[in-house]
Design a binder for this molecule. Sequence first.
Ligand SMILES: [Zn+2]
Length: 470
Amino acid sequence: MKNKSGIIYTLNRKTTEELASILEANGITAVAYHAGLDAKLRSKRQDDFLSEDVQVIVATIAFGMGIDKPDIRFVIHYNIPKSIENYYQETGRAGRDGLEGKCVLYYSHKDVSKLEHLMRDKPLSEREVGAQLINETVAYAESGVCRRKVILSYFGEHYLEENCGNCDNCKHPKEKIEAKAEVVVALKALKELDEKFATDYVVNIVSGKLTPQVKMFRHEGLTCFGAGKGRDAHFWNSLVRQMILEGLIRKDIEEYGVLKLTDKGNDFTKKPKNFTIVLNNKFEDAVGDDEEAGEGNGEGAAADDKLFEMLKELRQKQAKKVNLVPWVIFLETSLQDMATMFPTTLQELEKCQGVSGPKARRYGKPFIELIAQYVEANNIVKPDDFVMKSVVNKSGNKVYIIQQTDKKYRWKPLPRTRDGRSRNSWRKWKPSPPVEPNSISVMRSTKCLTKLTRRKLSNTSKPAKPRPWT
Ligand SMILES: [Zn+2]
């Protein structure tokens, strides 16, 4: 199962070169691909990739147009993609033969700022469109809803399955919150605001935030102002997003994302029904969490979800035995490391995050035994070296995860869905007919960076200001 083909998309040329050399240093044949290379070299690299002399191509977003390699096993977005269209098209290259196709998107607020920075010299109209596209991608990344549902809805299609079983949000479902009353609050607020404002403003109004803009419009006197004070902005943002997904409201793209009521929304006001939502993922929490983190803050960060769940169960059982709460035995982040690095000796176990020598000796035995059985039963090729050979230190962990995607997975091919089409004129590209990849997930970028390399890395990254999305 070695030598699986994959594409890694990054935002800039420099990263493609750096990443390719790190991969090379770690025994993965990889080359960079970007517009700065001369045409001859580019086509050679593309040919090498097609003929499998090169396993991984690290590219800026320009790569892959017209490429139809059926057995690309993974597509990794090392940085946030520029738009959902790009993302859909790029992930659509994975598993075109209907077999395994794994897609991972690393997300951090920092990347969002970088993208915005890249657009600073563009003309205003282009910047506005660009900003909307980025907002959609941010919303996609932060959404706690089924990824397939979000993507298809973006292209005007409805995905009706409750659980696709193949995205990180479906594999780690979150608590559902009943929000019937709040939906009514939001719908009434939209009406009172004459359907003339975008998400951010509506959220400020219902949560009662007196901003200069609110004052300017003298909206603090409206009955909807502060009508939803009991909930925070995070809740309201999540709610609005899911109201759009369910078709109660829509975003008017021609009018800068102003929210409008739909017929379905009007019906809802007259006759409210149950409406459950899940909160968006909070990515800002992940920044700088290389300290011992608490529970439940890293869903989807293990390379092997199945093993991760098994380890969690085992932890539960062991905790009961000694009458302790589970996280005292091992932190969830430690279990994630175990399900990524497959330690089968106590020494290897100690290399996992949050596992000290005494802890490994006291609680570790059943865990490494379980992992050893699992590794054996699934023919998993363990990485022979737990230390990342790194050329550029800070990219270590991502590379590690990339190495892990090279393991044996047994993916069930999914029925193919129709390809998406753009609805709106401002969306310039039409995606070539992509195939749904059979596994999609979004990971916290910063967390991944700090996770395995935290001993080497000084914590220099200050959290970028969280980007509000509309
Ligand atoms: Zn899903």
